[in-house]
Design a protein. Sequence first.
Length: 491
Amino acid sequence: MIASRRTFLGLAGTAAATAVLAGCGGGSWFTGNGTGSQGALLASAVPLPEPFQVPLPIPPTIEPTNGTIELTARRSAVEILPGRTTEILGYEGIFPGPTIRASSGEELQVRLRNDTEIDTVLHLHGGRTPAEHDGYPTDLIVPGAERSYVYPLQQRAAPLWYHDHAMDFTGPNVYAGLAGMALLGSQEEGALGLPSGERDVPLVIADRSFDGDAAFAYPLADPSRGRPGVTMRYHGGVLGDCVLVNGAPWPVMEVDAARYRFRILNAANARRFDLTLDQGVTFTQVGTDGGLLERPAVRRVIAVAGAERADVVIDFSSVPVGTRVTMTNSLDAGGPGQVMQFHVVRKAASDDTRVPEQLSVIDALDPGAVSVTRDLHFALGATGSGHHGMADWNVNGVTFHDGDVFTAQRGTLERWRLSSDVHHPVHAHLLHYQVGAPGGDGLAWKDTIDLRPGGSAEVLVPIEGYAGRYVLHCHNLEHEDMMMMVNFSVV
Ligand SMILES: [Cu+2]
């Protein structure tokens, strides 16, 4: 068991050597690598499959019974690379975990049993959740234990997701497979006529690398987990060379010549994706992290940084049967530049779906009502307190161990001016940001904001929900584990 755990959690010596020698991208971990993502490429030590051969898996859907869903986190062996076995940690033993379908406004209880050998924490990302159920990083479920999380879900319908949030080890735990989607629906959304049922498909996109035994390779600084963090080369982030969609490498999905709705989630530790389609096919974006846009937006590129979601419709109805439509990541020319393929295999028997011109109404917040403006700077420590034996990533020079970075008053409106040194996707628990819609038409709600290198963003943040202590962090999971996570309190 120990040997297997080490093989899985650690990085075999040969793979490490391969990674150092063959890792492309040049540059250092700090300066980036020309792929638009912060981090260093970890090259797989086994041959990877040809793209677009493996069918796209659809994670099973799980709905509450009497308001409750039961999940078990456990280790299992699954086939990811054809003919090989990869050990994962997964909710219900699969990666991604089952897709939770729940309803906005209806309380959901998730009972999680930890049948793994690691400590875990469950966080409903994008959930407006009381602090004691939010998955605070040190609220650990130890091996063999279980606990219930109660989610009031007093929030808009939205494509949320759930994942491990254990202190110092979220990166390796999510990389090992502890992530799944949680789609909140509502009557308003259900009445729109958007594609549904088998034509409403989650796409959980994540990059991974494999060691010589086809295990997920993750460069923990200490494979025994005596101390957190990754080896120096990967301090900026772990970039895999194999793109998995719903846990399958560069898969292909057979589709009807009809409209489909895709709930895209970037579940990667560090990689950004700029998704594009060929054959003249475009995306119609209908929603973001925080639910429906006011109006649909036709887009050639869907950009998603770690933890961001995009709710899109793709219309294959005018694509000739037999055509293959390829989704690529325009940020990378190599394997990570490929994502998946859609193979249009038949005419649709019927398609009475539509994308209405008006999807939802978002009441604009009044900037004149802002009572507090906060400057939050995400950067590498100039000197570094060296929590992990190297300079720490931090927010305004402080880290998780330095107490609250601010206290916010419920019922008020704040303006946050976010800025960064390198690329950081910034996520606040509990609170949602109101921003301009992607494409510029109307407003949108977000829980994760992608800050480009040297970038900044200004967002309006209504302080709503529950009193308690929450975290604000970078969703590059290596940055998060290496201290780019701070506390704030809501009173
Ligand atoms: Cu970051």
